[in-house]
Design a protein around this ligand. Structure first.
Ligand SMILES: Cc1cc2nc3c(=O)[nH]c(=O)nc-3n(C[C@H](O)[C@H](O)[C@H](O)COP(=O)(O)OP(=O)(O)OC[C@H]3O[C@@H](n4cnc5c(N)ncnc54)[C@H](O)[C@@H]3O)c2cc1C
Ligand code: FES
Ligand code: FES
Length: 1293
């Protein structure tokens, strides 16, 4: 594929590997082709991971390196994403840049809609997309907005109102200055290589043949040649290399189009453009089918997929949930097919689409074109779909429905209903159609048709893909939506008298979609602060530009060393089994394979120890989950290692009854279990007005860092030294673990982390375990070994956030005051303890969230199961803990019949200096300020009222709001982890090199450390460089985690810089007007040491679980968030209309970095609570192993209006420069979207006559949301009897 060719052969490593399956966009490049017919050049974005190099004959490929670099000229696209703070870890940045660059090559002044569409296939796990959109918005004409809208009180220039009040120096502080951006000059872009034009124009087209190790690739140049090839090699797949191929429009009479033949090789983008043209050109009545297809084409994959995937390929692939086939089948489209035997036309119907991935095409037949007729008068077509994510996701159910009426009446003459996603291939509901044909289209007919449909499309409860009840209800509700469209059309055509009521038409009105500019409010630095003092200013991420140009080096970008080997892990395929033997004979015979590493080959400790628990590195005698590492194959190339791994034979003897979800019944727990109590809960339950018991299940979450686990271990060849380059959060732990594994002292192992392409807690323990195995391979072979996990392997092996079942009993008074609560948490920890006990401890420490419940008891356990071991994830148990608490509050509100549960929240909130349930004193003043400001800025009261009014007028769309507070403890409750060190060198030329223990993983720690050093040394940041985190420079570091990196390392850097500045004092006094460089030179001559270490001995925190009290945190970070959603009750789809966050992060050291953390964290939380679903098969196999199955938020999921306010005038004596940690806390505020959805669902249920608490588990996916709405359609689905079938996936936790 082009990706490996670029990265490995050409050493163009700016193009990244994120998934290898077209789902993330990290590998986006621009492909350009000269089209001799039109003499134009076509530019399109494409995924390099899916592009065969052989296909690119005659094409020019532009990578991120090609458009600009720091050595020549940075391209405006690269500059703007960097300046707008749209690059955090930077791993997605080159892909984003290339998608935007391609858009600008085709459309130099794009609209916001163009940008949204262009970036729809690019994922980012760090930023939350807002800054990327804002950076690129500057290319739009409509971008010059004052950004004043959003707080409900200030005006916006777009509304014709004056911008918001100015602050401080007269201007509201902005995160980036748009004034001096590099202009976009299309004339300066790279030209298409003239030799390729010449080649296309003059050279005769010759067929090409490429012969590889395993594949022969033939590129024919004529149809005859292709037909002959297909006859000779019928089983060879046909790969379309050209996005445009011949189209034909058939005319009835001059100018009157009667149909269109689209070349089967046309890319979906070209088909889309062609149909858009026809829709503009033709009368509306003729374009029903074209518009339905356009509707679907906008949703197929991302832009990069649409640019390359061909319509013929889409049809012939015959996916069960193809979006095009149901429309083409319902629209009576035909295929023109050719083979040696001649040409024929085939109707695209159930006789053609015969099974999963199967058509009736003979192996040697080629689809030449697709015939799509114009629609006739009285013919209407609809295309409706529902997918797990709004864009770039295969549909759960998709449909094409066509109806033809007898002229002038509502009597159905023809009807065709086709669905995708409800069978092995596209399914035609012919019995349902028969029940409607000949009858008038009305409520009576349709309601009878639903009964037939329900019977006709009945999925087995074990249907692959699951979601059976949802899919079945969607078949009904999508038909109902079509019904609404048709009723409206019949009214427009004067066939029926009454149009749809406003209430009913809500069923077909699309959800709002328009991205608005958000606002970001932060406090400016004080008047008079030196311009060289960068603390408190929105300084750009220190490597943002090199990340945007592709020059930033990630672990797998490190050039190969001589003789380097590749390592591929072999993992268990059994959930619980004895290993009876490992046969590596065949693997060792695979060419290129050098060795197979098993547990027996580990020279030192075979276990990795963390938090006092031993975990086997490679399973020796027994496996306890699918995905557990058993051995590793090393070979000259990755492909060879993969081939070797595939033939390693592990002989298992299955052990009985693996535990997946039954840990509670079987009391399968890790020890210790934790309990905490204050007051007298049992007695308090006796004294309350009401008691309610409820539960909520919260699924796990895959880290989905964009850079998968990566490392290179290089033996130095002498003194048993190893240099380890890795992408991790805790280099010291990796160093210690490797040393123990090899049985050598730590001083022989140096770990180096330049940057990490996202981590989120997933690169602490798991990375170290893999690094140990890779080190054993390097140790034994004496050669450098590289291990870079593929996305699927990474997801399978490295675990995720703990799924949690929360059960509670709550006692409260009729006025809403909660008097007693008893909460139980069960965290599915997987097969090893990892950090699970610490996670469940943190669950208990945060169960109060912002509420003062006088009698409070919590009990938490880490359940031991035969699933892959779960690990730390941003928030470390807090997001699970607080969701349970907030759900309990929600139930209390529902029980009391209150519409607005924020009143219950307010009644129970901490109001004055208080003790937590672990007797830690704190002042909630800033918590209350955040809460009040959030309600005010979001204009909560009037919007809640407006939502109520909206809900009354709309039967099928409901709006919901929620305001959620947070109180989050910062620092490690294990006191010894609260320390940090630094090393600062000043060189003779005045330049400064800072080293510290924190790793840069997108959170901007290096940028903040530069700011700290700049303030303490009184020099501009341009003097200061941070090269990497290395155990050789700063030893015995603590993990970059717990939102504590800046607090700890900042103090250590400050300490070293203070020492140095003090040492320079004599020379400064001797020459007060001298420059920094002159002082440094002088100091050297005076033999003053210009190197210093810094140290920070942080808070002595502790938690005594025996006494159930302690001081586990240094301080609290506070916040509040209001989100509003609109839910489509018929499909469960939703849109976050607006989010307002107010956070107290003290005095921000860098508002752009902190706001970036807030937005990114919030979006990750939104993913956790509303989208991201890990699915395991009933035998414990992870089914969701890549972006096609596991959906993280994309650009289509961000709130349409997203405002962030940093609380002003907040001081924090416990952290550097009065700042506060922020990386983790805001993730929980993503739950405001969950509770807003729940609020909307409650409104839908109320309309169906259902009041009171109800269960909505997390994530609130469209499936759960739709089923919870309890519409007429979901009610029709007979529930499958539990136990009577084997479900497709386990219900975890
Ligand atoms: C990330 C991602 C997201 C996607 N999302 C969606 C989605 O939301 N909805 C949706 O409908 N699809 C989706 N797809 C599927 C995508 O549209 C198909 O992969 C694509 O249309 C296949 O086209 P292709 O040109 O790549 O065909 P190929 O993959 O190259 O070919 C597919 C098969 O068709 C055969 N074939 C191709 N052309 C012809 C021909 N002219 N005559 C005979 N046989 C032929 C080939 O031999 C091969 O067997 C997605 C794919 C990806 C990777
Ligand atoms: S790596 Fe190509 S799309 Fe993810
Ligand atoms: S900055 Fe986008 S994935 Fe990290």
């Amino acid at each position: 594929m082009l990706l490996s060719y670029l990265r490995d052969r050409l050493r163009l490593t700016g193009t990244k590997y994120g998934c290898g399956g077209g789902g993330c966009g990290a590998c986006t490049v621009m492909v350009s082709r000269y089209q001799p017919g039109t003499k134009t050049i076509l530019h399109y974005s494409a995924n390099a991971c899916l592009l065969p190099v052989c296909q690119l004959q005659g094409a020019a490929v532009t990578t991120v390196e090609g458009i600009g670099s720091t050595k020549t000229r940075v391209h405006p696209v690269q500059e703007r994403i960097a300046r707008a703070h749209g690059s955090q870890c930077g791993f997605c940045t080159p892909g984003m840049v290339m998608s935007m660059y391609t858009l600008l090559r085709n459309t130099p002044q794009p609209t916001m809609e163009d940008i949204r569409e262009a970036l729809g296939g690019n994922l980012c796990r760090c930023t939350g997309y807002r800054p990327i959109v804002d950076g690129f918005r500057t290319f739009c004409q409509e971008s010059n907005c004052c950004q004043g809208n959003g707080n409900g009180t200030a005006g916006c220039c777009l509304d014709g109102e004056s911008p918001p009040e100015k602050s401080g120096n007269g201007l509201p502080p902005q995160l980036f200055d748009q004034g001096d951006l590099l202009p976009l000059d299309p004339t300066q872009e790279l030209i298409f290589p003239p030799e390729l034009i010449l080649m296309a124009q003059t050279e005769p087209q010759m067929s090409q043949r490429f012969i590889g190790e395993n594949i022969v690739w033939i590129s024919p140049v004529s149809l005859d040649e292709l037909i002959q090839l297909k006859a000779d090699h019928p089983q060879a797949p046909l790969v379309i290399g050209c996005p445009a191929s011949h189209n034909n429009i058939t005319y009835q009479s001059p100018g009157v189009v009667c149909s269109v033949y689209i070349g089967a090789g046309c890319s979906l983008s070209v088909v889309k453009a062609l149909l858009e043209g026809l829709v503009q050109e033709l009368p509306e009545e003729k374009t029903e089918i074209y518009r339905a297809l356009l509707q679907q084409l906008g949703n197929v994959g991302g832009q990069q997929i649409r640019n390359v995937a061909s319509i013929g390929g889409n049809i012939v692939s015959a996916y069960p949930n193809s979006d095009l086939n149901p429309v083409l089948a319902a629209g009576s489209c035909k295929l023109s097919v050719v083979s040696k035997g001649g040409r024929k036309e085939i109707l695209l119907n159930k006789d053609f689409l015969v099974g999963f991935g199967k058509t009736s095409l003979k192996p040697d037949e080629i689809v030449l074109s697709v015939f799509i007729p114009v629609s006739r008068k009285w013919e209407f077509m609809g295309a409706l779909r529902q997918a797990p994510r709004k864009e770039n996701a295969l549909a759960t159910v998709t449909s094409g429905i066509r109806v033809m009426f007898t002229e002038g009446s509502s009597v159905v003459k023809e009807l065709s209903i086709c669905y995708g996603g409800v069978g092995p291939c596209t399914v035609s509901a012919s019995r349902t159609c028969a029940a409607i044909i000949g009858r008038p289209w009305n409520e009576q007919t349709l309601s009878e048709a639903y009964t037939v449909l329900l019977d006709e499309i009945s999925l087995s409860p074990s249907h692959p893909g699951g979601k059976v009840d949802f899919r079945r209800s969607l078949t009904l509700s999508l038909l109902f939506k079509f019904n609404l469209q048709i009723l409206h059309k019949l009214w427009e055509m004067n066939v029926i008298k009454e149009d749809l009521s406003e209430e009913m038409s809500s069923g077909i009105r699309p959800l709002p979609n328009q991205l608005q500019p958000g606002i970001q409010v932060f406090q400016p630095v004080v008047n008079g602060q030196s311009v060289d003092d960068q603390v408190g200013r929105p300084v750009m991420h220190h490597s943002a530009i090199s990340q945007a140009t592709g020059e930033a080096v990630y672990c797998d970008d490190i050039p190969k060393t001589d003789g380097e080997l590749h390592l591929v892990l072999v993992t268990s395929t059994r959930p619980h089994a004895k290993i009876r033997g490992i046969d590596v004979t065949e693997a060792l015979q695979v060419p290129g394979v050098v060795d197979v590493i098993t547990s027996k080959d580990i020279p030192g400790k075979k276990f990795r120890t963390f938090t006092g628990v031993d975990e086997e590195l490679l399973a020796e005698n027994e496996v306890s989950c699918v995905g557990q590492m058993v051995c590793a194959v090393i070979a000259d190339t990755r492909e060879q290692a993969k081939r070797g791994a595939a033939v390693v034979k592990i002989h298992y003897e299955d052990l009985p009854e693996p535990v997946f979800t039954e840990a509670m019944e079987k009391k399968s727990y890790f020890q210790p279990q934790r309990t905490i109590e204050r007051g007298n809960v049992t007695q308090a339950f006796e004294e309350v007005d009401q008691v309610y018991e409820g539960e909520i299940r919260l699924g796990g979450q895959e880290h989905f860092y964009m850079e998968t686990q990566s490392m290179v271990v290089v033996p130095s060849g002498e003194d048993r030294e190893l240099r380890v380059y890795l992408s991790c959060q805790h280099p010291t732990y990796a160093q210690e673990s490797i040393a123990e594994t090899l049985g050598i002292p730590s001083n022989r192992v140096s770990c180096h982390v330049k940057r990490v392409g996202g981590a989120f807690g997933g690169k602490v323990t798991k990375t170290s375990a893999i690094a140990c195995i890779t080190s054993v391979a390097a140790w034994r072979s004496g050669r450098a070994v590289r291990c870079v996990l593929e996305r699927g392997e990474d997801m399978l092996i490295t675990g995720a956030r703990h799924p949690v079942l929360g059960r509670y009993k709550v006692g409260f008074m009729n006025d809403g005051k909660i008097i007693a609560a008893d909460l139980h948490y069960y965290a599915n920890s997987g097969n090893t303890a990892d950090e699970s006990v610490l996670v469940v401890e943190k669950v208990l420490l945060h169960l109060d969230n912002a509420y003062n419940v006088p009698n409070l008891r919590g009990h938490s356990v880490a359940c031991k199961t035969n699933l892959p071991s779960n690990t730390a994830f941003r928030g470390f148990g807090v997001p699970q803990s607080m969701l349970v608490t907030e759900n309990m509050i929600n139930d209390v509100a529902m029980k009391l019949g209150r519409n607005a549960e924020e009143q219950i929240r307010e009644i129970n909130m901490y109001k004055e200096v208080s003790l937590t349930h672990y007797k830690f004193q704190f002042d909630p003043k800033n918590l209350l300020r955040c809460w009040d400001e959030c309600k005010e800025k979001s204009d909560y009261d009037s919007r809640r009222q407006a939502a109520g009014e909206f809900n009354q007028k709309n039967r099928w769309k409901k709006r919901g709001l929620a305001v959620i507070p947070i109180k989050y403890g910062i620092a490690f409750s294990e006191g010894f982890l609260n320390q940090a060190a630094s090393l600062v060198h000043i060189y003779k030329d005045g330049s400064v090199l800072v080293s510290h223990g924190g790793t840069e993983m997108g959170q901007g720690i290096h940028t903040k450390m530069q700011q700290v050093a700049s303030r303490e040394l009184h020099i501009p940041t341009s003097f200061i460089h941070i090269t990497e985190t290395s155990t050789s420079a700063v030893p015995n570091t603590c993990p970059s985690a717990a939102s504590f990196g800046t607090d700890a390392n900042g103090m250590a850097v400050k300490n070293a810089c203070e020492t140095l500045y003090r040492r320079l004092e004599p020379v400064r006094k001797q020459n007060p007007t001298g420059t920094w460089e002159s002082w440094v030179k002088k100091a050297f001559l005076q033999k003053i040491s210009l190197s210093a270490t810094g140290y920070y001995r942080g808070h002595d925190l502790y938690m005594d679980w025996e006494k159930q009290e302690g001081q586990p945190y240094a301080y609290f970070t506070y916040g509040a968030c209001c989100s509003e959603v609109e839910v489509d009750c018929l499909s469960g789809d939703y849109r976050t209309v607006r989010t307002d966050i107010v956070t107290d992060i003290g005095r921000s050291i860098n508002p752009s970095v902190d706001i970036g953390q807030i937005e990114g964290s919030f979006i990750q939380g939104l993913g956790l609570y509303t989208m991201e679903e890990l699915q395991f098969s009933p035998s414990g196999v992870l089914l969701t192993r890549g972006p096609s199955q596991y959906k993280i938020p994309a650009i289509c999921d961000i709130p349409l209006q997203f405002n962030v306010y940093l609380l002003s005038d907040s001081d924090n004596p416990h952290a550097i420069y009065s700042s506060k940690g922020i990386g983790e806390p805001v993730l929980f505020l993503g739950s405001s979207v969950f509770f807003a959805i729940k609020d909307a669902v409650a409104a839908a249920r109320a309309e169906a006559g259902m009041d009171g608490p109800f269960t909505l588990d997390s994530p609130a996916t469209p499936e759960r949301t739709c089923l919870a709405c309890n519409t007429d359609f979901t009610q029709k689905i007979p529930p499958s009897r539990p136990g009577s079938f084997k479900p497709w996936a386990l219900n975890i936790p």
